[in-house]
Write a protein that binds this ligand. Structure first.
Ligand SMILES: Cc1cn([C@H]2C[C@H](O)[C@@H](COP(=O)(O)OP(=O)(O)OP(=O)(O)O)O2)c(=O)[nH]c1=O
Length: 357
């Protein structure tokens, strides 16, 4: 079994964060989303991984994952270029996959239980593909599967008006190499992409059995800013957090805190977990870092009250203001407006930014 990790795409829903880097490297609890996927594949015994690259952030992704040896895996990079669809991305991995089965993992997805059960379920029978499903409340907005009593898929429907089930396809699949013939036969959909659901439907029509596995734990597609915040909450809630850095005697620290070795919480700061604070970060006096916040590397926070937010890193936040439910890009610099006249917000706001004043 091999792994194909999709790390191309446009990331338009995460602009402006993705103007300067690929979305798969946005950190959740101070770890890039893509690393969770590599670890999940490794946990399922998959050590040969093909990473699909688009146009954006190829060097950054290769700098992070390297040859895979830091993670105990072997990585081959495959350039897709333009994002012509999930099935097109999978098709680019044909030579890498050869005659093996493979797990296809969307590099911006994160799920609690990993892919061990999905792989075991696929390997327990003779299947052309296996899909991961999760019950959702709004099945009209997803690709939906209908399954029989044995869990075999009988039908796939994209965003149905009258969904037969509430079982949505999530971004993890297992394929036999038969999928490559199905992909070659595909025509682009109305949105101009080769759709993976069409490839699975074609396998079904060609008589292949399609396995399904219902994922019980949480799953998150981190395609939008609010998804990153939610994934950050879910991971901080579950992760075992280690306190290695320096906490001054007159700082107040409660709850579960991850504090990297060279991070510092100074006198007069209050930190209430779950919180993750990365290397080189400094939390200064009169600062409150509240639950579900991740403070990225080399960031300095002074005076601010911040909660349920992700500070990606290399940031300076020096204000007595309050920041909640926010995603702050790398190098964000936030100062105080208190001494300015006329009173008001002074903003430099990027394309597609979302602010509440
Ligand atoms: C469409 C597509 C996605 N992908 C990857 C990117 C993501 O990790 C994952 C899911 O992609 P999407 O989130 O569906 O697509 P996108 O990255 O273009 O995002 P947006 O809609 O915000 O512009 O698959 C590819 O590698 N190649 C592709 O052709």
């Amino acid at each position: 079994m091999k792994g194909v990790l999709l790390s191309g795409g446009t990331g338009s829903r995460l602009r402006p964060i993705t103007h300067t880097g690929p979305k798969q490297l946005v950190p959740v609890a101070n770890k890039p989303v893509l690393e969770y996927a590599v670890e999940d594949l490794k946990e399922a015994g998959i050590t040969e991984i093909g990473v699909i690259l688009g146009h954006k952030g190829r060097e950054e992704i290769q700098d992070l994952l390297g040859d895979g040896s830091d993670y105990g895996v072997e990585i081959t990079y495959i350039v897709q270029g333009n994002p012509l669809g999930l099935a097109h991305a999978a098709g680019c991995a044909k030579d890498f996959v050869g005659d093996d089965d493979f797990v296809m993992y969307l590099g911006d997805n994160i799920l609690k239980e990993g892919v061990v059960d999905l792989v075991e379920s696929f390997e327990s029978g003779d299947f052309g593909a296996g899909i991961a499903l999760q019950e959702v409340e709004n099945p009209q907005q997803f690709g939906i599967a209908d399954v029989d009593d044995q869990g075999n898929v009988t039908q796939l429907i994209e965003k149905p008006d009258e969904p037969p089930t509430n079982l949505a396809l999530i971004g993890m699949y297992v394929f036999s190499p038969a999928v490559f013939d199905a992909i070659e036969k595909l025509e682009p959909s109305w949105r101009g992409e080769l759709e993976i659901t069409d490839a699975i439907q074609s396998l079904l029509e060609d008589g292949y059995a399609i396995d399904s596995h219902v994922v019980e734990g949480w799953w998150k597609d981190t395609g939008k800013p609010e998804d990153i915040l939610e994934a950050n909450q879910l991971v901080l809630e579950d992760k075992s957090l280690r306190k290695q850095g320096t906490i001054s005697d007159d700082a107040t620290v409660d709850g579960r805190i991850e504090l990297a070795e060279s991070a510092t919480i100074e006198d007069g700061a209050v930190v209430r977990g779950p919180v993750s604070i990365a290397d080189g970060a400094v939390i200064k006096s009169d600062t409150y870092v509240g639950p579900y916040t991740s403070v990225g590397p080399n960031s300095t926070l002074e005076g601010v009250h911040i909660e349920n937010s992700v500070v990606i890193g290399e940031s300076s936040i020096n204000t007595s203001g309050r920041i909640v439910d926010s995603l702050l890009g790398k190098g964000a610099n936030i100062g105080s407006a208190d001494d300015f006249l006329p009173e008001g917000r002074r903003l430099v706001v990027g394309e597609n930014s979302q602010l509440k004043l």
